[in-house]
Each structure stands twice: as C-alpha cells, then as structure tokens.
Design a protein around this ligand. Structure first.
Ligand code: PA5
Length: 411
C-alpha cells in the first residue's frame, strides 16, 4: 500500500477547529455529484464498456492516441510506468508540431491502426487538427467514410460536443468520459483504461488500487494523516513555500511527474494563488536540479517517491581495480538507487527542507492507481484550503480566444 511521511521542521499552524471544519466540507465535496473521479473505482460499467471495445479492436497493430492535456498525460503516464507487453505500437499525437507528427506517423501502417480520439469537450483545436490530419491520411490509403467505424474510437462527453455528434453521424464507437469528470481527473476513465488494456495492463488493478485509497480517506482515523499533509502544505504555502517538486526515484515514473504538473498547476493556480509544480526524477535530477532544491530559495516542498522493489536488477560487481568501482561492487543497481534516495532525503532534512516521503512497494497497476487517486484527492483538498475551484481553468480560455481570432483574421 502507498504510504507517506512528512519530514519537516515546520510545525502546523492551522487550528484544530479550522481543520475539523475543512475535513467536514471536504467530505461533502467528495460525496457531491459534481465530483465524479472519486467514485470511479465503483463504476464497473465504464470498465466493461472499455473492455468490450478492446476485445473488438485487439487485432490492431498500431494505437494512435490523439488528445492533449488531461486527454493525453494520464495515458502516457500509465504506459510509461507500466510498460507495454502487448506488442501494439503506440503513437501519441499530443501536440501540433508538424515535424514531430510526421516522424511519428512514418512507422505507422494506417490500415492496421486504431485511432483513439480523446476530448472531453470534443472541440479542442489541437485534437481536431490531429484528427483532420489522420482523416486525410486515411483518405490517401483509400479508406472511405463508411469505413471510419473500423478505424476510429472516440472518447468524449456522454451527451455533448462535436465528437459525440460525429460519433452518432458516422456510426463510430464512442466511450464516455462522465460529465462530472474533467480532463485532468480522467485518467481512470476510458481515457486511460483503453490504452492501458491495449498495452496489456490489467485495468481493473488500477481501479482496485484507487479503491484502497478511497477507503483509506473515508476512514476518519487512518485518513487523518492525509488531512495533516494537506494542512501542512497549506501552512507552508502561507509561509512562502509555493513550489512543489514531484520527484519519483524511478525513470518509469517520469510521466507521473508530468501528469502531476498539469493536475496541480491547472487545478490550483488561480485568483493569484497556487503552488508551482516542478517535475523531476531521481537519481538523474540529483545531477541537475538538486543543487537548487538543496540550497536555493526556501520556497519548495519536495515529494520524493520511493519504489521499494524493482522488477529486475543488475549486479555491480566489477574486476576494475579502482575505488569508484570497488565501492559499488558488492551491490545491485537497485541498492545504489536506495542509497541515493536515502542520502538525498537525509541531506534535505539536514538543510531544513520540507519533504514528503512517499513509498510504494513496486511499480504495479494497483500502486499506480493509489498514487493517482492520492494526488487527485490531495489536489482537491488543497484547492479547498486555498479557496480556489480546482475543477475549472478560466485562465487558459483567453489564449484560446486570441488564437481563434488570429485564425479568423488570417483565413
Ligand atoms: O483538465 C482539463 O480539463 C484540460 O487540461 C483538458 O484536459 C485539455 O484542455 C483538453 O481538453 P479536451 O479533453 O476537452 O480536449
């Protein structure tokens, strides 16, 4: 089970009565219909619908995933962390860089591809652009409109948006993103579950892991440490600690940091408030950002994730007669990771840097499910403490409006 400890010299400032008030209002938030992500572990219908789509298209050799923001970062995280044992070749169309897209499409045989278009709104320009390009490419290889249903699956709002309309008009299978779940909270919906199934991941294990965290948070006694963490983050925020470093000691969780960045930034950064997320991963970033984390401005809290056991390992034994080799020789590679993790944790504490030490037993779907629901729930609670709405993103609309204006002016 995922667990965490606060390692910090900072003392909590929030009074017990304020804490009790927030816990109560947070429990109400989680129970409200507006918050769908929290109840996903019980939504077996969505999983069944996703499994049926997987069954139908599992002969496909390429999986082209078109989406951006919350419609891409979650699936990329799942694949990055859990790998792909199925042999299906994944292509993520997650940006609008023509050179990048052209390189990615070079290796694809479109006739063997499933194109998964993911957009909650069904109107996001970058995703629409990706879909248009793929439609044009299909036309070039002779695929006609009545055959689109054999190449496309959509994932979108159950009722609204252009993608839903096109799905109806063209007879394309469309999976639901429940209306009460926004993009960055959607990884455990078909948004992430379908790519996970195609990669050979047991999607059910992800949901079962998330369910453990759900139960944990609902238990007033053991859930206490979760609330303590959120209050502590809020206190730190009020003392000017306004940056959050997410640093798993695992290359495979690099995309977890990227996913967390969007969740934390887009949910909490509003009304002049927010905590700036900083993605990192160990041990690599010890040779990059760690100097800043250790001795730079005291404005950062670090989340260090320890993966307690790795699936594989390497011996470091060596015949080289040199101290830098012989010191490593009795150990395995995972033990060097452990040593570097512990060393950094100790040094950060000695320097009075606030740290949260998270631990998962291994990189398996159930533990990733736990890490996901943990971060989502923490985001919502910190949002409540900062008095911001974690579910909207009004700040990104202005840029979109100007981009649209530009397009109209340059027709
Ligand atoms: O979290 C969010 O809601 C956003 O970041 C969206 O995921 C992103 O803007 C993509 O939107 P859509 O899924 O509607 O295409």
């Amino acid at each position: 089970m995922l667990n965490w400890n606060i390692r910090s010299p900072h003392q909590p400032q929030t009074s017990a009565s304020t804490q009790a008030r927030f816990v109560e209002s947070y429990q109400r938030t989680l129970a409200s219909e507006a918050v769908g992500f929290f109840r996903l572990p019980q939504n077996r219908e969505l999983l069944r619908a996703t499994e049926a789509v997987h069954q139908r298209f599992q002969h496909k050799k390429f999986f082209i995933h078109i989406g951006i923001g919350g419609s891409a970062l979650g699936p990329e995280m799942l694949l990055g962390a859990l790998g792909n044992s199925s042999g299906v070749d994944f292509i993520f169309v997650n940006n609008i860089d023509p050179d990048d897209l052209s390189r990615k499409l070079e290796r694809v045989d479109l006739k063997e591809a499933l194109i998964y278009v993911v957009s909650k709104s069904g109107t996001t320009a970058e995703t629409v652009a990706g879909m248009s390009i793929l439609l044009n490419q299909l036309e070039k290889v002779g695929v006609r409109r009545e055959q689109y249903k054999d190449y496309f699956v959509f994932c979108t709002d159950p009722e609204r948006g252009e993608l839903r309309r096109l799905a109806r008009d063209w007879g394309i299978t469309a999976l639901d993103i429940p209306a009460n779940i926004g993009g960055r909270f959607s990884v455990l919906t078909p948004v992430g579950l379908l790519p996970a199934l195609f990669a050979g991941v047991r999607a059910q294990d992800l949901l079962e892991g998330a369910e453990n965290i759900q139960k944990h948070l609902q238990d007033p006694t053991i859930g206490k440490e979760f609330y303590e963490l959120a209050f502590w983050l809020k206190d730190l925020h009020d003392q000017g600690v306004v940056q959050t470093v997410m640093m798993p000691y695992s290359s495979l969780l690099k995309e977890y940091s990227a996913w967390f960045v969007q969740l934390w930034a887009e949910s909490l950064g509003k009304n002049g408030k927010g905590l700036t997320p900083v993605p990192a991963y160990g041990a690599t970033d010890q040779h990059s950002q760690m100097q800043l984390f250790m001795e730079g401005p005291r404005d950062k809290v670090l989340f260090l994730i320890e993966v307690e056991s790795f699936e594989t390992d390497f011996s470091l034994k060596s015949q080289v007669d040199s101290e830098c080799f012989t010191i490593l020789a009795p150990f395995k590679l995972s033990q060097l990771m452990k040593a570097e993790f512990e060393g950094t944790l100790m040094a950060l504490q000695e320097n009075g840097r606030p740290v949260v030490h998270l631990r998962i037993p291994g990189l398996r779907p159930e533990y990733l499910g736990q890490l996901i629901l943990f971060a989502e729930c923490l985001t919502v609670l910190v949002g409540e403490l900062l008095q911001v709405d974690p579910f909207n993103q009004p700040g990104v609309e202005a840029g979109k409006k100007y981009a649209n204006k530009w397009l109209k002016n340059h027709q």
